[in-house]
Design a protein around this ligand. Structure first.
Ligand code: SAM
Length: 374
């Protein structure tokens, strides 16, 4: 390929004048699922309602043309995005030596301009699974770092702890992408709100990363309301509320509603949320035009269906969803893979946009379905 995408002085100037200018960005995604991380990024981009263009989809990486502000917001919101970079250069890695890559970068990128009087930098090399594993990370990081230091005539130093600028080289299959990191997910942010660490805990609640993914797949923005009618301890509500969405939570069990209130108060005290006790077969909301429903109904294993059979419960739920969700609104639902959801959803005027299986453990594979109201 060898297509140079370097930031020129002209591009920088233009950017400062017109903040709406679009640039190529590459999102480094989690490799734990082959398709969902990229679907999540595209869903969040749509919810932003700002211009973007998907340039290319690679394994665990997606190249998008958008403004730097949108790229950062999308990466911050995503559950399965590791980091996002402004693209400076992309090339092939096959049969290349360390020196050849360094030469390619230094001859294409005006590092002086990119670094722009920042005091410190760092170079990091990542790879998707085993891509280009013959090129080891430490020597490549050192070689690129040395050439940047030389290009800047020593007016910048390497800082491994808090660099002002982080350059990232990402190997994907036989290619590599090089850019400036604009946002990186902090390690441990999701682990800090693990279900068992919340003020109120009951088994059967979703992991925060998974709950956030489900919310993001709805393409909902903060302008409308999002309902979880089987909210339990509030795993989905917490993620939605933390992203600034206006959440409504409901559960048939008053103890769960009280627990969800405690959890929301702890994690998103200033967010716009409301909670009610009620039955998802007859949701006591009137004249609502919801943007989305995000939910993880019980299936009678670790959480109770209160004597209801799951298939008729889901049929009743979709009948209710059809009356509450606005046209073009969405339902994002996760359920045991053996339980049919497409048929009851379609019977009530929803069409399926996403259907993905997620292996949780030996006896649990979930399907995530996203349906749009016609
Ligand atoms: C799997 S849990 C939800 C967990 C939640 N998504 C979380 O991550 O914290 C399902 C919940 O559905 C509730 N439930 C069962 N039948 C219901 C019904 N007919 N209407 C509303 N809630 C119901 C249960 O009380 C349980 O709290």
């Amino acid at each position: 390929m060898g297509v140079a995408e370097h930031i020129t002085p002209e591009a920088e100037e233009k950017e400062s004048k017109k903040t709406k200018e679009l640039f190529y960005h590459f999102f480094h995604l989690a490799a734990n699922h082959p398709t969902l991380p990229a679907i999540e990024i595209k869903s969040i981009l749509k919810s932003e309602q700002e211009p973007f263009h998907i340039e290319e989809e690679l394994p665990s990486c997606i190249i998008v043309k958008c403004t730097p502000a949108v790229a950062k917001r999308v990466a911050e919101r995503a559950a399965y995005c590791r980091r996002v970079m402004r693209l400076l250069f992309r090339g092939t890695a096959k049969d290349k030596s360390y020196d050849a890559i360094v030469k390619e970068l230094t001859s294409s990128i005006d590092f002086l301009r990119v670094v722009h009087k920042q005091p410190s930098f760092l170079v990091r090399v990542y790879r998707i699974v085993n891509a280009s594993k013959h090129l080891l990370s430490p020597p490549l990081e050192a070689a690129i770092g040395k050439s940047i230091f030389t290009a800047l005539k020593g007016k910048i130093h390497v800082d491994v702890k808090e660099p002002a600028v982080t350059f990232v080289l990402l190997f994907t299959k036989e290619r590599y992408l090089f850019g400036v990191e604009e946002f990186a997910q902090v390690k441990g942010v999701f682990a800090a709100r693990r279900p068992d660490l919340r003020p109120f805990f009951k088994p059967g609640t979703l992991e925060p990363r998974f709950a956030r993914l489900m919310v993001n797949l709805t393409q909902a923005s903060s302008t409308g309301y999002v309902l979880d009618p089987f909210c339990g301890p509030g795993g989905i509500l917490i993620e939605g509320a933390m992203m600034g969405l206006r959440m409504i939570g409901m559960d048939i069990d008053p103890k769960m509603v009280a627990g969800a209130a405690k959890n929301l108060q702890h994690f998103a005290p200033t967010s716009d949320y409301s909670l009610l006790v009620g039955d998802a077969r007859k949701i006591p909301l009137h004249n609502q035009r919801l943007h989305a429903i995000v939910t993880d109904p019980p299936y009678g294993r670790s959480t109770s269906t209160f004597g209801q059979k799951i298939v008729p419960l889901l049929e009743d739920f979709f009948a209710q969803a059809a009356t509450l969700v606005k046209r073009n609104g969405t339902v994002s639902i996760s359920i045991l893979s053996e339980i049919p959801i497409q048929q009851p959803a379609e019977a009530h005027g929803f069409y399926q946009e996403v259907s993905e299986k997620i292996y949780i453990h030996r006896s649990l594979t979930r399907t995530i379905g996203v349906f749009r109201k016609q």
